[in-house]
Design a protein around this ligand. Sequence first.
Ligand SMILES: NC(=O)C1=CN([C@@H]2O[C@H](COP(=O)(O)OP(=O)(O)OC[C@H]3O[C@@H](n4cnc5c(N)ncnc54)[C@H](O)[C@@H]3O)[C@@H](O)[C@H]2O)C=CC1
Ligand SMILES: C[N+](C)(C)CC(=O)CC(=O)[O-]
Length: 489
Amino acid sequence: MARKASIIGGGVIGGGWAARFLLNGWDVSVFDPDPEAPRKVGEVIANARKALPALSDLPMPAEGKLSFASTITECVEGADYIQESVSERLDLKHRVFAQIQQVSKGVPIGSSTSGFKPSELQEGAADPSTIFVAHPFNPVYLLPLAEVVPSAKSDPALIERAKETLREIGMFPLHIRKEIDAHIADRFLEAVWREALWLVKDGIATTEEIDEAIRMGFGLRWGQMGLFETYRIAGGEAGMKHFMAQFGPCLTWPWTKLMDVPEFNDELVDLIAGQSDAQSGHHSIRELERIRDSNLIGFLRALKDRDWGAGRVLLEHDRRRQAAFFEPEGGLSAAAPLVMARPQVLPSWIDYNGHMTESRYLFVASECTDNFMRLIGADAAYIKGGHSYYTAETHIMHRGEAKLGDRLTGTLQVLMADEKRMHVFITLTRDQDGSTVATLEQMLLHVDMAAGRVCPAAPEVHARLQAVARAHATLPRPDAVGRHVGQRT
Ligand SMILES: NC(=O)C1=CN([C@@H]2O[C@H](COP(=O)(O)OP(=O)(O)OC[C@H]3O[C@@H](n4cnc5c(N)ncnc54)[C@H](O)[C@@H]3O)[C@@H](O)[C@H]2O)C=CC1
Ligand SMILES: C[N+](C)(C)CC(=O)CC(=O)[O-]
């Protein structure tokens, strides 16, 4: 049964949390007194549906159920996890926690607060031990970081449980050991923001020039290595010590305004807002969100290919989902083709004809056979031991068109298997209408990789493969089996 997340406050951040839980298979209930909240949350979720699945080639779990509650009591009933994302006012957050704790006992209550300490949030609470900070980053459905900040009154076991929940929905819970105003990340953002306000106020730079200074240079570095690793390299062969010796003295030079805050008056707000309108006003906010999401997907996939930084978190999330997904219903002896992949057609998969390029059909098919190999035990450890399956022959038939954003399902049927061979038939269908876009017939050979020769599979792999082959022997043989190019029909 799907678990339930309760989201209190359905603004920018509450909507992002709702999307992340929902698309990871949780049921989600949202409470927000704003009558516009369902529309706003719906729009965030619509963006997330386009973006989040594009981070992975694995199937998304079935979406959970979304509901809007009319009271906090109704919202948190039966919740396994509660996330508070109401406006940044301490009195309001206290009132919300009091209402939650009238009905909900022992359930983790994460707060999205950007700046309040957990001990401040817990003041006057019936049970302070369940309230903690889980500070996310916008867009919550794409960025993995959640700063998890407990206080001395927090229940350590409950915090660990909450961190596990965050990992399950693909996040990276960073445990902040000492509570402090604005945690870790917002202290940086505040410092950069303060300096930027000065630069605009003093007429040194426009909002656009400041954004160029970030996105053309150090912003790109930070996204993959952060601050210290980047500066270590900047110290040359002598590393961090040399870097500090060279640039330490400038900390006392007038490079920043440090704690000075510009007067936050209407003049400054109008100046910044006017420049921002001139810079980006030709895009709607929703358009900007989509541009941001598409860029983030590109970055994150690049990091994933390199098993680095946030990309490593995505790979770990894939591994968890893989373990859960590829245990077929009915086990290996189910008499039905096995669902082995559910990819989404990404922008880079589209060719000059406006549809999925041909190499991607083979790519998706090889996702299917890779997952099938894992299922029968020819997994990474088996391959490391020196044995694997190699594809000897493939025949692809293109029977329809897959377009940008289409969700595809790849099923695999075993036609014949013996100790050295498996003959399989893969069907790729479009989820929205069930139509077949391609079929692929393949022969794979079991090889001794060091010898470069075909050899019998290990008995346990052979036994699992045979279990599937026996079950699939009862299935009708697809018409396309054995077809070749130029054949008369
Ligand atoms: N916007 C951002 O970039 C980030 C914000 N945060 C934090 O997330 C929290 C929410 O911020 P945003 O989503 O940006 O604000 P927002 O203004 O977009 O949304 C706040 C929502 O809370 C609702 N609300 C007010 N009283 C309520 C109540 N009694 N019960 C339920 N809902 C209620 C409002 O109707 C509104 O929809 C804040 O604590 C903020 O510091 C955290 C990370 C980033
Ligand atoms: C501006 N802010 C303090 C609300 C920002 C955050 O808390 C995190 C973010 O997403 O930038």
